[in-house]
Design a protein around this ligand. Sequence first.
Ligand SMILES: Nc1ncnc2c1ncn2[C@@H]1O[C@H](COP(=O)(O)OP(=O)(O)O)[C@@H](O)[C@H]1O
Ligand SMILES: [Mg+2]
Length: 261
Amino acid sequence: MTAANTPTAVRPALTASGLQKTYYSTEPPTQVLQGIDLELQEGEFLAIMGASGSGKSTLLYSMSGMDRPTAGSVRLGDCDLTELNDREMSRVRLTEMGFIFQQAHFLPNLNVRDNILLPALKAQPKQRAEVEARVDSLLTRFGIDHVANHGITEVSGGQLQRASICRALATEPKVLFADEPTGALNSRMTAEAMDALSDIHRDGTTIMLVTHDPTSAARADRVVYLRDGRLVDELELGAWSAEATTEREDTLLAWLRANGF
Ligand SMILES: Nc1ncnc2c1ncn2[C@@H]1O[C@H](COP(=O)(O)OP(=O)(O)O)[C@@H](O)[C@H]1O
Ligand SMILES: [Mg+2]
């Protein structure tokens, strides 16, 4: 039996309680998150949807410690992230979290492999051989081993996004955060990237995905809807399978329409 299908008690991986975020840089201040309670279970794949400006990215930043909430708390397993100082928070982000964004933000003077390898070595400097082996197996798994030594301007957008998935997974994070990861990809590349995310989810990684793309969100176990900084609805889809794609997308689209998406 693999870790992914061993029956285990359901445990929260990431919990937000009473989360608020207000930006004081504007006049009047912008109250973006208005008291969010949200729990991701270990191994759960959760998608966040909502109109542009509803606070999806802010929620992801606040739950991943990239940004400090104004009020409320966030727990990663047993650790209260809101009590950590900046240095401790960076360490947790580097070692326990993976990030994928719309743009990959790779260093132009490094090849694909080194862009993936260097952040992981920074997180786990004493495990060089293990980290290298893990990175090489990720490159193979996601079908980009043949471009490992290419410059980042010499590979396609789809390959680059798969490279950013490899980079996010190189430290074996507890939680993977993805903010519009397919926002800059065409539909074929989107399907490839989402296949990769489904694959990672099957391994047992907890995933928090922000997306405006219903096809991508239909892969998730559960979808929540954010309106003006409040969670107003949720849809339980259960485990994804390729055969159920059309049915899940229809269910999700009807639910989104009911929420005014
Ligand atoms: N640094 C900031 N300063 C002031 N307002 C911000 C800042 N970041 C985001 N906002 C505002 O917060 C709201 C939600 O933004 P965001 O979380 O990016 O929404 P979404 O990802 O759902 O499109 C928007 O009205 C945006 O203008
Ligand atoms: Mg956003």
